[in-house]
Every structure is written in C-alpha cells, then in structure tokens.
Unconditional design. Structure first.
Length: 215
C-alpha cells in the first residue's frame, strides 16, 4: 500500500488528536486529510481513491453517528469510529449501520491500524464490484431489444426450443440471439451469463408473451 493509492480522512475536533493520527498514519506510509468538523469534511474536495473515514463521535456541528446516517446512501468510505465516551447502544448502532470498528479512546495503535487496513480493503472491494457492475451495464445496453428478451429466458434454464416458443420465434433464430447475447456480454459460459444477470438483478422468471411475432 502506497500513499498515492489511498487516503485516510480524519474528522476530529481535537487538533492534537488530528495531528497524532496524521503522524501515526504517515509513519505507516498512509496519506491523510484532516478536518475539524463534519461540515468541513463534507465540503472538501476528495480524491477518487480507496479510502477510510476515521470519525469522532462527538463533533462541534453534528454527531458522528448522525453523519453516518446522512451519508449512508452515498458511496462513502468505510468508517472507523473513535470516541472518548463510548457506550454499548452507540457502538451497536454504528456497527449495525456498517462501521468497520468502534474504538474507545485511548485505543492501541495496533487496533486502529488493523481497523483502517480492513476499511481500505473493504473499500477496494466495493470499488471493484461497482466497476464490474458499471461494465456489465454498458454491455447490457449494447444488446438489442430482442436480445434483452432472450437473456432472462436463457439464464432461467429454458432449452432453446422452449425459449423460442416463449418468444414466438424459430429455434434457429433463438440460437443466433443467444450467441449474440453471450458475445456482447463477454460470457464464456452459461454460468458466467447467470452470474452477470444476478449482478444486474435481471429477473430470471418468464411468462408467455401474447401475440409474439415470428421473425
């Protein structure tokens, strides 16, 4: 891990804590950006790289747990909470809503580093997953309307003859569409195509289309 391929955001109203965390993380080769409030953090321009948000619970503008709730629907970095006044309800709430860890001050450097490294790994995985889904969506958009009808029938397990009957087309035509779907979706096997459909949340149930035209 290099300082160029990640960043750790530190949000804490105590300047001494911000400086201490910055020095600790720098000693481990980690890039950081520190903020004294949630508002300052939210307004800042942030690099589009794997990240972790080290977040104090008690902040001058809003509670760290409230900030977690506000950004829950965004592609925000995984959060490691820090607090000097930890309690079980707060820690349960934080973890339930996706926090990687909830550390009570004073905490050990080892525990903090382990939590941050886990958060960075988690964010890398999320970013990789989003990139794959974006690529799959782009491939899906390249399918013709008919090919988009063929795809869910194929991944539902229907035989070519059955899928062709479902659409009211010939089996030969169905096979051509199926081959095109496999090629455009870059699926090496039916198992690949099924996985892609699941990632795109394409329903695999089917129903007979009334009045399908034979082509």
């Amino acid at each position: 891990m290099t300082a160029q391929d990640h960043i750790i955001f530190i949000v804490d109203d105590d300047e001494r804590i911000r400086e201490a965390l910055g020095e600790l993380l720098a000693s481990h080769g980690m890039a950081t950006a520190a903020y004294a409030s949630a508002t300052e953090y939210m307004r800042a321009d942030k690099p589009d790289v794997p990240a972790c948000l080290v977040l104090d619970v008690e902040l001058p503008d809003i509670n760290g747990l409230e900030l977690q709730s506000q950004i829950a629907d965004e592609n925000h970095p995984p959060i490691v909470f820090l607090t000097g006044h930890g309690d079980i309800p707060s820690s349960v709430r934080a973890i339930k809503h996706g926090a990687v860890d909830f550390l009570t001050k004073p905490f050990s450097d080892a525990n903090l580093m382990a939590a941050i490294q886990a958060a960075i790994a988690q964010d890398r995985k999320k970013r990789s997953d989003r990139a794959e889904i974006d690529e799959l969506k782009q491939r899906y958009l390249e399918l013709t309307p008919r090919e988009r009808e063929v795809l869910p029938l194929v991944v539902s397990g229907l035989l070519n003859k059955q899928a062709a009957a479902e659409l009211g087309i010939s089996e030969v035509t169905l096979q051509i569409h199926r081959r095109n779907v496999m090629q455009k979706m870059a699926a090496a096997s039916l198992a690949d195509l099924v996985r892609f459909a699941e990632r795109l949340e394409i329903p695999i149930t089917h129903s007979r289309r009334a009045g399908g035209n034979r082509i």
